[in-house]
Ligand binder design. Structure first.
Ligand code: FAD
Length: 829
């Protein structure tokens, strides 16, 4: 069996030991720098509020499992979760609306919850100021984690199962050989290991540095204070005080003022996120195992009372009975924040066997630990963890200034009402395509992804709205769905479908896979047979061992030993690079990212060929470059690679060149295209057009939880593929046994023709929540909003469902997909 070393005995490290033990792994050592009875990390003083619901299905599922597990960890008849419920109150109309959206998430992710009126809030929580509260969201299964107790019980039970614990033992180095870990260095020796998992919490940055890995987390102090005893609560008989269950009322959130509350017996605990960000460097804290106690621990800093003043004022407004109390004790406690708010989980791209599970809340701790244990023992977590992947960050997002600025911003915004498309304001312009200057001239509205500035639409196209035919006129949107949207999108879609448009495709990941081992590597990792004649593009899936989709890619064979992979994420690059390292031991193969050194324009629309023929003498006819063909060509003297494919479902090409020719390529196409009605179009139109055509987006529409049959991408699998590939055995089992998938990704059309949804909304059938929306857009072809949604397999075409949007039910029908050009006549034109 594998020798595992876990660094850190907080709630994450101890849960991981437990999850591994329960899967039969036994050779496990947990190394903790502090004393085991109170290690001194964030867990040692976490007040333990568990609000489960977030926009993320993954994070919500982690929380739900954490509760389930804490309820099951028992000693002397007492478990480790006080299920008092959770109440979030609204004191502003905007928050009241937001709670409706949040209630939608509870339905989407299967949590029992109820929107409650102001009166009901007061019944549930009598201490609230009745003049302030407008309504609330009540989630009975939320509550308080007894994190420190759970940690101790997990230590006890895993120790009994053979896990070794070393306390007061800092890990000071990581041993490596041949790209793999060999063990950890501790004072006076080493502990050999095949797998090391850093569960070091906010010390993760220091652990990462030991192996040359940038860990994108920022330790920040967060204020938590306890009041003196509340006179009216003194002497209450709380049923289970000895076991730490010293609260009876629900945990309470007042997000309009960045506040949360719990009871501690007759005292109140108040947490505050409204203060200035207070960044910390863990290595500056120092620690000796002697000075750790309840009041002195590295994760606990002096209380800065002046920062707490606004919180205290607001608190006395919301909870008038606290006016009779004082702040008895407060501290600035440290824990981790990240650029996107997600945890950091996964294997180091640069070092096999080095794993991290950091920036994890108590709320998600057991869920994350189970996921890591599942990946280590079986290669796949039952809950998709792509949004938590350490490797999800682009290189530019791993610099300390980026991490520090964005993580601090995340702290500031933690309770804010955020639109799903809302971009960060800073840092921006980190990555721009060679077309950026031209895009700005055209009045591009940019949104950011992975550091890239991406045009969503162009103000220059506004005048087209005057010429739009009646059946293309944009329909009015409600306030929320009109954010980060412009009616110009309709004009850009119209031009793409009826003339021709150019789209900046530069930000899409492009990798070059080359060398004698290239074919072997891609055959092994992908579901398609890519042993094709050079000049061919193939759509393929990358699966995990259990047949779950880990990505979908386009693999173009450019030469015998040269392939280009059009991929989705930085995680794909980490995966291909790691597997290439392995393959290299047999046959040389190199994986190289070329995204930034190249650029790409999608030239699409029924008149695309008219445009291209103006600027090239190469043959772009169906014979010269058939659908899914790729070739080198010259466009106005610029060497390009032309890929005959289209995300928007129209005739045309992705035209790629190296960065230095970018501007000239843009100008050439733009000028030649004008007489054919060409415009530049942005991602908002692109997204609508791709959805009409049924093209899935990895991560949004499907992920590792789904197999290709239920996700509707089985065309990426070649039955004839003779040799083995990752996931093949699992697929064979699935295809034999699952002719009728239990769930399916389906296309819905909104009946009223105008009610937009945005994604993640619950879908109801016969009044019962049965699924959730993944992507949505306006379907210009059918002149109705369309949405893709995961639904029970039994709900076939024609089924009538309802999508819940801010508490309103919108009627929709399951329709045949794709709604646009199902026979590919346009693509093949
Ligand atoms: P930790 O508990 O910090 O454990 C990491 C361990 O690694 C430490 O014990 C440390 O000593 C050890 N370690 C580090 N470096 C080394 C090394 N080199 N060698 C050996 N050992 C090492 N979360 C919620 O879900 N709900 C809440 O209500 C909540 N409230 C919070 C309030 C405050 C004031 C604070 C500070 C945090 C709060 N959190 C809350 C966050 C939560 O406490 C943390 O996210 C969680 O405890 C992190 O657990 P962990 O095991 O990853 O880290």
């Amino acid at each position: 069996t594998q020798r595992v070393v876990i660094i850190g005995a907080g709630i994450v490290g101890t849960n991981l030991a437990d999850e591994l033990v329960s899967r039969g792994w036994t050779d496990i050592t947990v190394v903790e720098q502090g004393p085991l009875h109170m290690p001194g990390g964030s867990t040692s003083h976490a007040p333990g509020l568990v609000f489960q619901t977030t926009p993320s299905k993954t994070m919500t599922s982690f929380a739900t499992y954490t509760i389930e597990k804490l309820l099951s960890i028992e000693k002397d008849g007492h478990n480790c979760f006080n299920q008092v419920g959770g109440l979030e109150v609204a004191t502003t109309p905007a928050r009241l609306e937001e709670l409706k959206r949040k209630h939608g998430y509870t339905s989407s992710w299967g949590i029992d919850a109820r929107l409650v009126s102001a009166e009901e809030c007061l019944q549930i929580y009598p201490h609230l100021n009745k003049d302030m509260v407008l309504g609330g969201l009540h989630i009975p299964s939320d509550g308080l984690a007894l994190a420190a107790r759970a940690t101790q019980l997990l230590i006890e039970r895993t120790r009994n199962a053979g896990v070794k614990y070393l306390q007061s033992t800092p890990v000071t180095g990581i041993g490596r050989a041949a790209g793999r870990v060999t063990g950890v260095t501790i004072p006076g020796g080493t502990i050999p290991a095949d797998i090391i998992v850093s569960c070091a919490g906010f010390w993760g940055v220091e652990l990462g540095a030991m192996v040359g890995l940038s860990i994108p987390l920022l330790p920040l102090a967060h204020q938590y204070a306890k009041t003196t005893a509340v006179p009216s609560l003194v002497g209450r008989d709380l049923n289970d005080q000895i076991n730490g269950k010293n609260a009876a009322l629900p945990i309470l959130r007042h997000q309009d003022q960045d506040l949360y509350y719990r009871e501690h017996g007759d005292q109140y605990g108040i947490g505050y996120y409204g203060h200035r960000p207070m960044p910390i460097k863990a290595s500056s804290l120092g620690l000796t195992s002697k000075n750790v106690d309840e009041m002195n621990m590295p994760s606990r800093l002096e209380f800065t009372a002046e920062d707490f003043d606004p919180a205290w004022r607001e608190t006395k407004q919301l909870l008038p009975m606290l006016r009779d109390t004082e702040i008895a004790d407060g501290f600035n406690g440290i824990f981790s924040f990240t650029p996107d708010g997600g945890p950091i989980v996964g294997q180091a791209p640069n070092l096999d066997g080095f794993w991290v599970a950091e920036a994890v809340w108590v709320t998600h701790s057991a869920g994350v630990a189970r996921a890591v244990a599942e990946v280590l023992t079986t290669g796949r977590s039952q809950i998709d963890i792509s949004e938590c992947e350490l490797s999800r960050f682009e290189e530019v997002q791993l610099s300390r200034p980026y991490i520090e600025e964005t993580s601090a911003q995340n702290f500031v915004e933690i309770y804010d009402i955020l639109h799903p498309l809302q971009p960060r304001e800073s840092p921006r312009q980190l990555r721009t395509s060679p077309f950026y200057a031209r895009e700005k001239e055209l009045g591009a509205f940019f949104l950011e992804l992975g550091g890239w500035e991406r045009p969503f639409w162009y103000e220059a196209n506004k005048e087209l709205l005057n010429y739009l035919p009646a059946n293309w006129k944009p329909v009015a949107r409600d306030g929320w769905s009109a954010h980060y949207y412009s009616p110009i999108v309709a004009a850009e879609a119209w031009k793409t479908r009826n003339a021709v448009a150019m789209f900046d495709m530069t930000s899409f990941h492009r990798f070059e896979v080359s060398g004698p081992g290239a074919l072997g590597l891609l055959q092994l990792l992908s579901t398609a047979d890519v042993n094709t004649t050079p000049g061919t593009i193939t759509y393929a899936l990358l699966l995990n061992d259990q047949g779950g989709i880990r990505s979908d890619v386009f693999i173009s064979r450019l030469e015998e030993n040269l392939f280009q992979v059009g991929a989705n994420t930085a995680t794909d690059l980490a995966y291909l690079t790691r597997e290439a390292r392995r393959q290299n031991q047999k046959q040389f193969v190199q994986v190289r990212e070329i995204t930034g050194s190249t650029c790409c324009i999608g030239l699409w629309g029924p008149r695309a060929r008219d445009v291209i023929n103006e600027i090239t003498t190469d043959d772009f006819s169906n014979k010269g470059l058939p659908y899914f063909g790729v070739k080198q060509a010259l466009i106005n003297g610029i060497p390009v690679t032309a890929f005959r494919k289209s995300y928007v479902g129209e005739l045309g090409w992705e035209i790629q060149t190296t960065a230095e020719y970018g501007l000239r390529l843009w100008d050439t196409i733009f000028q030649a295209g004008r007489i054919h009605g060409l415009i530049a179009a942005g991602r908002a139109a692109f997204n609508a057009l791709r959805l009409e055509k049924g093209y899935r987006i990895y991560g949004t529409d499907m992920n590792t939880e789904h197999n290709p049959y239920e996700a509707g991408v089985a065309h990426g699998i070649r039955a004839s593929k003779w040799d083995d590939y990752v996931g093949k055995a699992a697929l064979e089992r699935i295809s034999a046994s699952e002719q009728k998938p239990a769930r399916r990704l389906r296309c819905l059309a909104v009946i009223d023709g105008r009610s937009m949804v945005l994604g993640k909304e619950p879908v109801f059938y016969n009044g019962k929540a049965v699924g959730y929306v993944t992507s949505a857009a306006f379907g210009f072809t059918i002149r109705k909003p369309i949405a893709y949604a995961w639904l029970p397999g039994s709900l076939g075409e024609g089924a009538g469902v309802e999508i819940e949007y801010f508490g309103r039910r919108i009627k929709a029908t399951v329709v045949a997909e794709p709604v646009y050009d199902p026979d590919n006549k346009r693509l093949l034109a």
